[in-house]
Design a protein around this ligand. Structure first.
Ligand SMILES: *Cc1c(COP(=O)(O)O)cnc(C)c1O
Length: 378
């Protein structure tokens, strides 16, 4: 990790880790195909690079949330099967259909818009019908589902759509044995049978990362891991799955100084030296993704060990306590990483401030933070 001088605020993205995690997940999926989810710019890691690495490691397809994200992946040269599922009312399906992007439909209204646009463009839309099995977010409510699948069967007979899949999303897959999982699975099965009953022959997909790792009975023909691809485990209580975090957040020491006992550090003077100490200034702050709520509750990896951050985390700076150790300007500082050398992890940050590692990594990439991609995409 000290292969290059650390920049001011840099996310090092290890595509070797992405490839490794995809291999672990494909092995777990045991025969089911793998759609790697790269929404929100690949959970902050960079969607096109992650997609390329994942596909070369054996993933079959890519999933993104919005139409815009899917189109950006096509523009970046990702030509694998690609699904997206989040639209607003004035989104135009035309460019996505031209680009061969597969579209989710949760209602007859959206299905008709997709089919109508496909007819105008002279293409057959590849559609995934989404059933709400209990997350109560997107997806078709069960009482409207029979009408939706009937309509889809008609449009299919007219040659306007191809129904690729019936799919749904789990609410509590990260809580092992949560009763909602089996209930959602039963509702999913029923929705699938209703689709078959009107003559459709779709594949099924339901499993997110947690279900890929813990519920082989719910893998069906395709699984949709996201967070685990990035090496963050959604079910650590289920054992070590051998995932490797792909993101390391680094900076370097900008200034060192020695202060006498009684001097206080940073806004609000929340920390006071009780002895003479060396301090190291690190030029990153909450504008670079370090939560201000970690003030007084975080450490960094610097000079071969963990050292506490003292005083408030500011917008652009934080201060590390180095006791009597000599650290130098330019020395690498690891704010979080895979954890294998002893550095903090994104999961530790999340636990400390009461959120999930998903939110930490997706919040890291900002205009003034750089990303350095290492490791081979293929
Ligand atoms: C985000 C998402 C996933 C992946 O979930 P993880 O918990 O990150 O594995 C799968 N399917 C849908 C519909 C999603 O929105």
């Amino acid at each position: 990790m000290s292969d290059q001088p650390a920049r001011r605020a840099d996310l090092r993205i290890d595509l070797g880790a992405i490839r490794h995690n995809v291999e672990v997940l494909s092995q777990r999926a045991d025969g089911a195909r793998t759609m790697v989810i790269v929404k929100s710019d690949g959970y902050g890691h960079g969607a096109p690079a992650v997609a390329r690495a994942a596909l070369s490691a054996g993933a079959d397809s890519i999933g993104a949330a919005s139409l815009q994200e899917a189109l950006q992946l096509r523009a970046a040269g990702i030509d694998a099967p690609l699904l997206c599922w989040l639209y607003s009312r004035d989104d135009d399906f035309g460019p996505a259909l031209d680009a061969g992007i597969e579209l989710s439909a949760s209602s007859k209204a959206v299905l008709h818009r997709i089919a109508g646009t496909a007819a105008e463009r002279g293409v057959v839309a590849r559609v995934h019908l989404k059933i709400d099995t209990g997350l109560c977010r997107s997806g078709c409510p069960a009482d409207l589902w029979p009408e939706l699948v009937e309509e889809a069967a008609k449009l299919r007979a007219d040659g306007q759509v191809e129904v690729v899949a019936v799919w749904s999303h789990l609410a509590c897959a990260d809580e092992l044995d949560h009763p909602s999982i089996d209930q959602q699975a039963a509702r999913f099965q029923r929705a699938y049978e209703q689709a078959r009953a009107v003559g459709l022959d779709p594949i099924r997909h339901l499993a997110n990362s947690a279900a890929v790792l813990t519920r082989p009975d719910l893998h069906f023909e395709l699984v949709r891991p996201g967070i685990a691809v990035y090496g963050l485990d959604p079910v650590p209580q289920h054992g070590d799955h051998g995932l490797v975090p792909a993101m390391t957040f680094r900076s370097s020491v900008a200034l060192t100084k020695r202060v006498v006992a009684g001097e206080s550090v940073s806004y609000g003077h929340s920390w006071t030296a009780d002895r003479p100490v060396n301090l190291a200034l690190v030029p990153v702050g909450y504008a670079d993704g370090v939560p201000r709520t970690l003030s007084g509750r975080m450490s960094v990896w610097l000079g071969g060990r963990r050292r506490p951050v003292v005083g408030r985390v500011c917008m652009d700076q934080l201060v590390v306590l180095c006791d009597d150790d000599e650290v130098a300007e330019g020395d690498e500082v690891v704010l979080f990483g895979p954890g294998d050398r002893g550095e903090p992890t994104a999961a530790e940050w999340a636990d400390e401030i009461g959120t999930i590692h998903y939110e930490i990594v997706t919040g890291m990439y900002r205009p003034r933070v750089t990303r350095t991609v290492v490791g081979e995409a293929s």
